[in-house]
Design a protein around this ligand. Structure first.
Ligand code: FAD
Length: 465
C-alpha cells in the first residue's frame, strides 16, 4: 500500500479546520490532509450548538408570546408546526455543510471522508490509505455517553444526535440527565407541549452551576416539566410506554414515557482513533496534552472535546488558535483564565470563572466579596419583567474571580465580565465604565457596585435558594 505523506494532517472538521485554514495562509504550498468520518463541519454545526439553538429559539419565542398578556397584548396561538421548525433547522445546517464540503473539495487539501485510526506514531490508516503527517492535529471531538443501564438498549433511546431527526413531538419524553444538553432539550420539548420528565442523579438540575442558579432554573422548569432530582436510573423496561425506574433513598419510582433521551455527558472517540497505537497517551480515552496542547508525541497536537477539558465550541476555537501558533513555531501556553459557558434554557444561564465555594476555598472567606443585583433593578429589566440576577465573585483587592448570571440574555451580559477577567480589569474598571441607561447591561454595573461579605450574601440569598 502506498504511503501518502503530508506536512499537516487534521483529524476532524470542527475547530481543527481553523488550524488548517491558518496553516495554509502561512504556508500556501503545504500538503495537507483533512479527515472526517462524518459530514464536514464538526459536531457544533452538524449535531450540536447550531441545530440545537435553531430549534430552541422557536420554543423561546413561544414562551415570550404566551407572556404577551402580562404586557397588555391579547394573542391566540393557533398551533405549533414542529415539522416546519425541524425543516428550517435542517435546511440551514445542510446549506452550511454543503458549503464546507464544496470548499474542501475545491481546495488543495486532500479530503478523506473516512475513519482515521493510528497504526504507529505519526501514521494513520484512513480507509484503504496509509497516511503520514509531519504534524498531526487531533480534533476528533466527542460523542454521547451511554450509561450501562439494564434494559436501556433493548427499550431504545434517543441521544442529542437523534433528536434532530424527529419530525413529531413525542407525547412524553423521559430525559436521563440534568446537565446542559438535557436541560436545553427538556426546556424545548416541554415548551412545545411534550410531557417531559427529567431524571437527575445529583440533588439539583445543572449541578455544575451555582446553587442559586440551579434553583432559579429548576423553579421555572417545575412549572413545565416533572423533575426528579436525587434519582438514579437503575433500570429501563421496554414497552409502550417505556418505563424508566429510578431510585431515591432505596425507594423505586416508575416513570413512564413514549421516548427516552439519554443526555448524561460525552465520551471520547478514542475507541476508533486508537491514539495509543500512535504512542499518544490518554486518560479515560481523553487525549493528554501539555500547556502547549502537545500530546505525548511532540508533533501531534490535540484540541477541543478530544482533550476532555472544557467541552465548548468557543474553547475548541481558542485552542485551535493556540495550536496553530505553536505549529508555526511560537511557544504559546494555553490560558483558561476566563472560560465562559451558557445554557440556553429559559431562564438562560451564563457563567465564567470561580464559584463562591471555590473562591472561599482558595482565598478564605474574609478575602472574598459577593456582588449581587437583580435584573429588575434596571429599567429594561423592569419593562421586560426580566426575572433574573447576577452574582459576581470578587477578591478583596478587586480582582474579578467569577460571575454567574441567570435570566434574560445572560449569555450576552457575561461577555463584559469575560473581557474584564481576561484582561485583568478589576471590578473598579466595570464601575468606572458608563453603562447605557436603562439597558439590561446595568445589572452588571449594579452587581459590581453592590459588593458584600460572604456572610451578608448568605443572609440575602436565603430568600431565593
Ligand atoms: C446538543 C449539543 C449542543 C451543544 N451546544 C453548544 C453550545 O451551545 N455552545 C458551545 O460552545 N458548545 C456546544 N456544544 C459542544 C460543541 O459542539 C463541541 O464542544 C464542539 O463541537 C467541539 O469541537 P471539536 O472541534 O472538538 O470537535 P467536533 O466538532 O466534535 O468535530 C469532531 C469531528 O471528528 C470526527 N471524528 C472523530 N473521530 C474520528 C476519527 N477517528 N476519524 C475521522 N473522523 C473522526 C467526528 O465525526 C466529528 O465530525 C454542544 C454539543 C452538543 C452535542
Amino acid at each position: 500500500m502506498e504511503i501518502k505523506k503530508y506536512d499537516l494532517v487534521a483529524i476532524g472538521t470542527g475547530s481543527a479546520m481553523l488550524v488548517v485554514d491558518g496553516f495554509l495562509r502561512f504556508k500556501p504550498d503545504a500538503k495537507i490532509a483533512v479527515i472526517d468520518k462524518d459530514e464536514p463541519g464538526g459536531i457544533c454545526l452538524t449535531r450540536g450548538c447550531i441545530p440545537s439553538k435553531l430549534i430552541i429559539y422557536p420554543a423561546e419565542l413561544l414562551a415570550e408570546i404566551k407572556k404577551a398578556d402580562e404586557f397588555g397584548i391579547d394573542v391566540d396561538i393557533k398551533g405549533i408546526n414542529f415539522k416546519r421548525i425541524m425543516e428550517r433547522m435542517r435546511k440551514i445546517i445542510e446549506e452550511d455543510i454543503k458549503m464546507i464540503e464544496e470548499g474542501l473539495k475545491a481546495s488543495k487539501v486532500d479530503y478523506y471522508r473516512d475513519v482515521a485510526t493510528f497504526i504507529e506514531p505519526y501514521t494513520l490508516k484512513v480507509g484503504n490509505n496509509i497516511i503520514k503527517g509531519e504534524t498531526i492535529v487531533i480534533g476528533s471531538g466527542s460523542k454521547p455517553l451511554i450509561p450501562n443501564i439494564p434494559g436501556l438498549k433493548e427499550a431504545g433511546y434517543l441521544t442529542s444526535d437523534d433528536v434532530l431527526k424527529l419530525d413529531e413531538i413525542p407525547e412524553s419524553l423521559a430525559i436521563i440527565g440534568g446537565g446542559y444538553i438535557a436541560m436545553e432539550y427538556g426546556n424545548l420539548f416541554a415548551r412545545l407541549g411534550c410531557d417531559v420528565k427529567i431524571i437527575e442523579m445529583a440533588d439539583r438540575l445543572l449541578p455544575n452551576e451555582e446553587i442559586e442558579i440551579s434553583k432559579a432554573v429548576e423553579r421555572e422548569m417545575r412549572e413545565i416539566a416533572e423533575i426528579y432530582t436525587s434519582h438514579r436510573v437503575v433500570e429501563v423496561r421496554s414497552g409502550n410506554p417505556k418505563v424508566v425506574i429510578a431510585e431515591k433513598d432505596g425507594n423505586k419510582k416508575e416513570i413512564e414515557a413514549d421516548e427516552i433521551l439519554v443526555a448524561v455527558g460525552r465520551a471520547p472517540n478514542s475507541d476508533i482513533l486508537k491514539p495509543e497505537m500512535g504512542g499518544i497517551e490518554t486518560s479515560n480515552g481523553w487525549i493528554k496534552v501539555n500547556e502547549y496542547l502537545q500530546t505525548t508525541i511532540p508533533r501531534v497536537y490535540a484540541l477541543g472535546d478530544a482533550i476532555g477539558k472544557h467541552m465548548f465550541k468557543h474553547v475548541a476555537n481558542y485552542e485551535a488558535r493556540v495550536v496553530l501558533s505553536n505549529i508555526l513555531g511560537m511557544r504559546i501556553a494555553i490560558n483558561y483564565k476566563a472560560v465562559p459557558h451558557a445554557v440556553f434554557t429559559q431562564p438562560e444561564v451564563a457563567s465564567v470563572g470561580m464559584k463562591e465555594r471555590e473562591a472561599i476555598n482558595k482565598f478564605g472567606k474574609d478575602n472574598v466579596l459577593i456582588g449581587f443585583a437583580r435584573m429588575e433593578e434596571t429599567g429594561r429589566g423592569l419593562a421586560m419583567k426580566a426575572n433574573g440576577f447576577v452574582k459576581l465573585i470578587v477578591k478583596k483587592d478587586g480582582e474579578i474571580l467569577g460571575c454567574h448570571i441567570v435570566g434574560k440574555d445572560a449569555s450576552i451580559l457575561i461577555q463584559e465580565v469575560v473581557l474584564a477577567m481576561q484582561n485583568d480589569i478589576k471590578v473598579s474598571g466595570i464601575i468606572n465604565s458608563m453603562h447605557i441607561h436603562p439597558a439590561l447591561s446595568e445589572v452588571i454595573l449594579w452587581a459590581s457596585s453592590n459588593l458584600m461579605s460572604v456572610d451578608d450574601y448568605a443572609k440575602l440569598s436565603k430568600n431565593f435558594i
